[in-house]
Design a protein around this ligand. Structure first.
Ligand SMILES: [Zn+2]
Ligand SMILES: [Zn+2]
Length: 303
């Protein structure tokens, strides 16, 4: 099952040096989940060959403009392009008010249903579940209420060893039970040990998305042992005072967090406009946590 994330924007605050404000597209089993939607997200989707119409779920971390200014444009385009299927938006409650006013004064009556689910930044909660995964909020520490999101794949059914089943003429009616791990006694007296006919499915993976936040141990439990941790790294550590003032994290701190929480891999992003080149941020993070990569726009990272 596909579980991967494409970076659409990696900049903080403003678009600069061809970097766009924050947005990511998560593909889980060919279903598409948009995480934050900075200005220019529609253009980025087109540039990298994705169809906005395929997005059915949107997760907005907080209401600083660099994380949602692209949303009204995206929703309007979906309307103009004839969308009728619903879209679900998970975001702080005030976003509904903002969208409602924008639609009201442009006299736009969106032709598809928008299902809005308000997130709360007080404690971590499960906010979404389908056959492929669950999503929980991560309570971050920013200047305004902000939640990260933890995307957890569900365990798949066991895989059948089809050649063996066919060679022993085992009826397909038993396949669903075998996939669920059941041992079988057939009417002809044969006993089928599940482990002889199936193999375990891949271990489910977890993607944690943390933007924007101060280094704060209170959210570390929520992100423990994830496969890929995306963490904001707005500044180099020499700017720690500025990071603390603005409730952001340095590249060094992001790496410390990955190390302390047992992440397998770290992706850093949300870079300040003061950095034309990103190598120093990567070098700083790698000095603490080797398995770090820069979140590059247009690149897809498997989780
Ligand atoms: Zn931001
Ligand atoms: Zn912010």
């Amino acid at each position: 099952m596909k579980f991967e994330v494409t970076i659409l924007g990696s900049s903080s605050a403003t678009p600069v040096y061809n970097r766009n404000p924050t947005a990511q597209l998560l593909n889980c089993n060919e279903k598409f989940y948009l995480i934050d939607c900075g200005e220019g997200t529609q253009q980025q989707l087109m540039k990298f060959g994705f169809k906005a119409s395929k997005i059915d779920f949107v997760f907005i971390s907080h209401l600083h403009g660099d994380h949602y200014f692209g949303l009204i444009g995206l929703l309007s385009s979906l309307h103009l392009n004839g969308r009728i299927k619903p879209i679900k938006i998970f975001a702080p409650a005030a976003l509904l008010e903002i969208l409602t006013i924008q639609f009201k004064y442009s006299e736009t009556v969106i032709r598809y249903p928008i299902e809005f689910i308000a997130t709360e930044a007080d404690e971590s909660r499960q906010i979404f579940e389908n056959a492929d995964m669950t999503v929980e909020t991560i309570v971050l520490n920013h200047r305004i209420p902000c939640t990260g999101f933890k995307f957890v794949q569900k365990k798949r059914l066991r895989k059948l060893i089809i050649e063996k089943l066919e060679s022993e003429n085992i009826d397909v009616e038993y396949y669903p039970l075998l996939k669920r791990g059941v041992d079988l006694a057939l009417p002809d007296g044969r006993a089928l040990l599940n482990s002889d006919y199936t193999i375990d499915s891949e271990k489910p993976k977890t993607y944690c998305y943390c933007s924007d936040t101060l280094f704060d141990e209170r959210y570390f439990n929520s992100i423990r042992d994830c496969d890929t941790l995306y963490h904001e790294s707005t500044f180099l550590h020499e700017m720690l005072d500025r990071a603390n003032q603005t409730h952001h994290t340095t590249a060094l701190q992001a790496a410390q967090i990955a190390k302390m929480t047992g992440a397998a891999k770290l992706l850093i992003g949300h870079f300040s406009s003061r950095y034309k080149t990103l190598q120093p941020l990567l070098d700083e993070a790698i000095s603490v946590f080797e398995h770090t990569e820069i979140a590059l726009e247009g690149v897809t990272y498997s989780i």
